[in-house]
Structures are given as structure tokens and as C-alpha cells.
Design a protein around this ligand. Structure first.
Ligand code: GRF
Length: 206
């Protein structure tokens, strides 16, 4: 039997992706335990999702720290204390750019972005961008986090046909349903050691 991995989730808001990972753990698709939810927003709906599942919550606010670098060092401290193997960014709205955090957790921090990267890289409203641009296809990308924002090696992508969508909200809703399903599956695959990283190429091994 393989060992369960220790997971930390960082989220700033609604937490639907966080919920899909909770469900994946509870239903046995993810061989892991969510050790902590870290959030920068005391109002985040993600907090009540954590509480319902007895997941410890750490609230860290930007104003508590002199710099974003210091905030990231606090995150690193929390991750270290919990012995975290995988850090899942699920709608975490701050940029992680501390070298110390990134170096210590290289290839252990993943993010989900609601576009087919590199389209709408760095955007916080990529679904609206895709709609307004008139894209017929958009989607989601799950990638490793590096100091290049939304530019780390790609782990998984899924395209969404948005040609029939009549609003940006409809695009966002369609992509979100794909996101929830994909993130859960990718984290599950991680927990089973199914990804091999070789530079920018991430290979899936079954
Ligand atoms: C998702 O669209 C994700 O791609 C983006 O932020 C949103 C978070 O949604 N990074 P939720 O909080 O997981 O519901």
C-alpha cells in the first residue's frame, strides 16, 4: 500500500475547487490528507468548507506583513510544520514570488488557471477575456508554480467549447465545472505518483 500524501490548499474565495479536492479525499480517489487550508481572506467561503471537514485553517492577512515576501515565508513556515508534500492553489488571489518558498517547494506547488495557457496568462478574469475576444474554444490549465506567473510547466489542460456561450458568466460556469472535475483527478494522480517532471515536460505514467 502506498503512503498518503499531505496536502495544503490555498484559497481566497468561494472554494469550489477546494471542495472537489475534499470530496476526492473523502471518496478515496485522492490518497492523501488535507492538513491545512491557508487563506488571506477571513470572509472566504472556503473556510466553512474546511470547518465542516475538520481541516485546520490558517488565516494570514497581507497587512500583517511588511512585504509579500514575508507573507510567503509565513506560508512556508506553515507548510513545513505540517510536512506538506503538495500545495494546491485553488483560487488563491495573491502572487507567490518568494524565492525561498518556491525553491523549497519546487514541483510541489500547483495552480489552476481558467484558460488554455499561454492564452490570457496572468489574467484574473481569463473567462471574460476569452468571451470578449470572441474565442470559440477556451478551457483550463493545471500547471506547476514558478516565478513566471502562470508560466510553469503544464501538467494538464482541457478545452471547453464556448462557441455557444452568450455571456462571460456562462463561459466561467462551463469552465468551472471542468475545473472541479479535473483538479480532483490531477491531485488524485499526484497522490499516486503518476507524474514525472523533466524540465518543461510533465509526463503522465499509468
Ligand atoms: C477558478 O476559476 C480558478 O481557475 C481561478 O479562481 C477560481 C477559483 O474558484 N484560479 P473557486 O474558489 O475554486 O470556486
Amino acid at each position: 500500500m502506498s503512503m498518503a500524501i499531505s496536502i495544503a490548499v490555498l484559497a481566497s474565495g468561494r472554494g469550489s475547487n477546494f471542495q472537489s479536492i475534499i470530496d476526492g479525499v473523502n471518496e478515496g480517489d485522492i490518497k492523501g490528507e488535507i492538513r491545512v487550508l491557508i487563506t488571506d481572506n477571513p470572509e472566504a467561503q472556503a473556510i466553512s468548507r474546511a470547518e465542516k471537514n475538520k481541516i485546520p485553517v490558517e488565516i494570514i492577512r497581507r497587512k500583517q506583513f511588511k512585504s509579500r515576501e514575508n507573507m510567503d515565508l509565513k506560508i512556508k513556515e506553515i507548510l513545513d510544520v505540517h510536512g506538506i508534500d503538495l500545495v494546491v492553489l485553488a483560487g488563491y488571489m495573491k502572487i507567490i514570488n518568494s524565492k525561498e518558498l518556491l525553491d523549497s517547494y519546487r514541483y510541489k506547488i500547483i495552480n489552476i488557471h481558467p484558460s488554455l495557457l499561454p492564452a490570457f496568462k496572468g489574467s484574473t478574469h481569463a473567462q471574460t477575456d476569452a468571451f470578449e475576444y470572441g474565442c470559440k474554444v477556451s478551457g483550463l490549465t493545471i500547471h506547476f508554480v514558478t516565478d513566471d506567473i502562470d508560466g510553469g510547466p503544464i501538467i494538464y489542460q482541457k478545452a471547453a467549447d464556448i462557441s455557444e456561450c452568450s455571456s462571460a458568466d456562462e463561459v466561467a460556469g462551463k469552465i468551472l465545472s471542468y475545473e472541479n472535475e479535473a483538479y480532483r483527478r490531477v491531485v488524485g494522480n499526484f497522490s499516486k505518483g503518476k507524474y514525472v517532471v523533466n524540465g518543461r515536460k510533465v509526463r503522465y505514467t499509468d
